[in-house]
Design a protein around this ligand. Structure first.
Ligand code: IVH
Length: 676
């Protein structure tokens, strides 16, 4: 066998391997929004494949990832074809590649090196590309890039983005245009969203781009609407494409802006490739001051006529180049994995790192989020890992360098007891988070007590925020029952607490001992047990002690209680600390009383449905009032519904009720029915 053939064989093997890896990462990234490797690493794989294929052109196949850019749109959304293909960009990683690009362009256009070409340098926004179709100035469709030819239709979701005009400002808008831009999430918003998700025990997003993609590709636009998405535009295509009424990219950007579509203020028109490189450097230097993530600069030939002449190859234009920023990663060692207990009892593993500088900032901790993340990345104590900063603040562990794993590396396991209080740690089914379920856990005590004292709980006037904080700090309150042992003299010593307010508070605490069973159960703060479910439990089981050893089947046999709620109630009372805390409350004299269900009311044995907004009470309170009068509150209107209470904003349920001829009343009438 000749030397040449042997090396071909090895190249073929490597090409195969690279294609398989890239395909897998494409799937993780585009379909699942859950990448396992950094962009830089993906780029390295892709580059290696491109180079190997360039050296061995006979090994190129149509299904190689290099022959198609982007991933197939997923099955969940309707598809639509773009007016003109949405191209991707060739990447450059150093200056010499940028200069070579300029040379190629000149050679093609036959322009000598003395005359500097005009370029537009824009930030390469790290979000997801979308196309927005406007007909006569009205937004009619939003589509993700998809495979560049067709994308997913996400109009309803996109309409929830405040930055996206539904109507263009243009007085005489063209019949049909597609504005292209990048949907993204600002770093600060990303951090806020992840914090919220972590507290709720949900999966966190790896970076702002995934958060943006995951948010836009929701099946429920209501969810998208709650996500802080933004959009910046950089392109415009109109009917008759590739002909265009514009002469340059710069002119296009100006038109985009004047239509009321947002553009980044960071784009510049420059003369010659030297200036383009300077502008790249400026963008790179401002990287951390900018509120969103950029992963490079896009250098575009300004003249549209030149652009058309150059055209595109393999789905990338010859007239543009993405000059990527160097990755902000650093290699360091995981010295230990510690566990933090949050306000809601969630245990978060944190990697304790040998301090390292990432993007100019010293990093010595990185959140590992939860056990699943640790298992997925296979991070062990003693490992060498790459860290980077997602958003600007929270450092993350990107990946482990397996080759550097020392023999002494140890796997991490979530503790079975809480590092703060020793309480039992549980992981409820379907959740990624481990939680400490002890109601008296000091890490959770503040939040627990605030909920306990709130209006929908024990309703203790004057017991909130700072007061609770001081009670905990002073050591006077370690569990809810301690509140009932407080004396005026204890309270007087606290800041901003006079004799009068101290005695008022003691009285309010004393008064709260007489409480309805419903409010008492709600005050305990059992997960998934809101006011309504608390009411159901109170009426059905009659005392809190009855819940202590209640078999789970008895709970699930109640119509309004699903397996999730039942599991959570069971888990709460299975904790010895929680039982002791509840018994403690009963011992100090808290006496929850079952509510009397009165049958002599207009609601007895009636099914009531609420729709639209209520102004005088929450929906849960209204339901509880109905149930206390022997009625049943339901969420859906059917022929069996007896009464519909409709407020402002009532929709489908109201029309169904009309169709069935069901009695409909407004809130005021409902209130008078309660009174009567
Ligand atoms: S222009 C020539 N301009 O980069 C057509 N793209 O690799 C390419 N991107 O899918 C689009 N910032 O998601 C263009 N200022 C910018 C961009 C930009 C980010 C993304 C876009 C596109 C990808 C191409």
């Amino acid at each position: 066998m000749s030397e040449k053939r042997r090396s071909d064989g090895r190249a073929a093997e490597r090409i195969d391997e690279l294609r398989r890896q890239i395909q897998r990462h494409d799937y993780l990234y585009y379909v699942l929004d859950q990448p396992e490797i950094s962009d830089a690493e993906y780029d390295r794989l892709f580059r290696e494949l491109q180079n190997l294929e360039a050296d061995n052109p006979d090994l190129i196949t149509a299904d190689s990832p290099t022959q198609r850019v982007g991933a197939p749109p997923s099955e969940r959304f309707e598809k639509a074809r773009h007016l003109a293909p949405m191209l991707s960009l060739q990447n450059a990683f150093d200056e010499s590649e940028v200069k070579a690009f300029d040379q190629r362009v000149r050679k093609f256009l036959g322009i000598s090196s003395e005359k500097g070409l005009s370029y537009v340098v824009e930030p390469k926004l790290d979000g997801l590309a979308c196309s927005f179709r406007y007909e006569r100035g009205r937004l009619v469709r939003a589509t993700t890039r998809g495979d560049g030819e067709t994308g997913e239709v996400v109009t309803a979701n996109a309409r929830t983005m405040k930055a996206l005009p539904l109507v263009l400002r243009d007085r005489e808008p063209p019949r049909l245009l597609e504005a292209r831009g990048e949907v993204l999430m600002h770093r600060r918003d990303f951090e806020g969203l992840n914090k919220q998700r972590e507290e709720a025990g949900e999966r966190v997003f790896a970076n702002p781009r995934n958060a943006a993609a995951g948010s836009l590709r929701q099946l429920d636009p209501g969810i998208t609407g709650k996500r802080p998405l933004d959009v910046f535009f950089y392109d415009l295509v109109e009917e008759g494409w590739p002909e265009s009424r514009f002469e340059s990219q710069w002119e296009k950007l100006e038109e985009i802006r004047s239509m009321g579509l947002k553009t980044t203020p960071l784009s510049r028109r420059v003369n010659g490739i030297g200036e383009a490189l300077t502008q790249y450097q400026e963008l790179l230097d401002s990287r951390h001051e900018v509120s969103f993530e950029m992963d490079g600069a896009v250098i575009k030939l300004d003249d549209l006529d030149h652009q058309r002449r150059l055209g595109s190859v393999a789905r990338s234009p010859r007239w543009a180049l993405a000059f990527k920023f160097p990755p902000e990663e650093a290699l360091t060692e995981v010295k230990d994995i510690a566990v933090q207990v949050g306000r809601t009892g969630i245990l978060t593993p944190v990697a304790k790192l040998r301090t390292v500088v990432v993007g100019g900032v010293r990093v010595s901790n990185a959140s590992l989020h939860n056990q699943d993340e640790i298992d997925r990345k296979d991070v062990r104590i003693g490992d060498y890992v790459y860290v980077h900063r997602a958003g600007d603040v929270i450092p993350q562990v990107l990946r482990v360098v397996r080759e550097k794993r020392p023999d002494r590396a140890r796997r991490f396991h979530m503790p079975t007891s809480c590092p703060r209080c020793g309480g039992e740690v549980v992981r409820e089914s379907g959740e990624v988070a481990h939680r400490c379920r002890n109601v008296s856990c000091p890490a959770q005590l503040q939040g627990r007590l605030e909920h306990f004292a709130s209006r929908t709980g024990m309703d203790i006037d004057g017991l909130a925020g700072r007061t609770i904080e001081q009670l905990i700090e002073s050591g006077l309150v370690r569990e809810p029952a301690d509140l009932y042992r407080l004396r005026v003299a204890d309270l007087e010593r606290m800041e901003r607490m006079g004799a009068k307010s101290a005695s008022n508070l003691v009285n309010a605490i004393e008064r709260s001992k007489r409480v309805s069973l419903r409010k008492f159960i709600h005050a305990l703060g059992i997960r998934h047990v809101g006011e309504h479910v608390a009411g159901v439990l109170a009426r059905r089981f009659g005392s809190v002690q009855a819940l202590f050893d209640l078999p789970i089947e008895d709970l699930t046999s109640v119509r309004e209680i699903g397996p999730e709620v039942a599991g959570s109630v069971r888990s709460f009372f299975d904790s010895p600390q929680n039982r002791r805390a509840v018994e403690g409350l009963l011992e100090v004299g808290v006496s929850p009383e079952p509510e009397q269900v009165s049958r002599d009311t207009p609601f007895a044995d009636k099914t009531v449905v609420f729709t639209g907004a209520l102004e005088k009470m929450t929906r849960d309170e209204a339901k509880a009032e109905v149930e206390r009068r022997g009625g049943r509150a339901s969420g859906t209107v059917s022929r069996k519904t007896d009464l519909v209470v409709a407020g402002p904003g009532a929709g489908g349920k109201l029309s169904t009720a009309r169709r069935y001829g069901i009695e409909i009343v407004d809130e005021e009438t409902f209130l008078s029915m309660l009174g009567g």
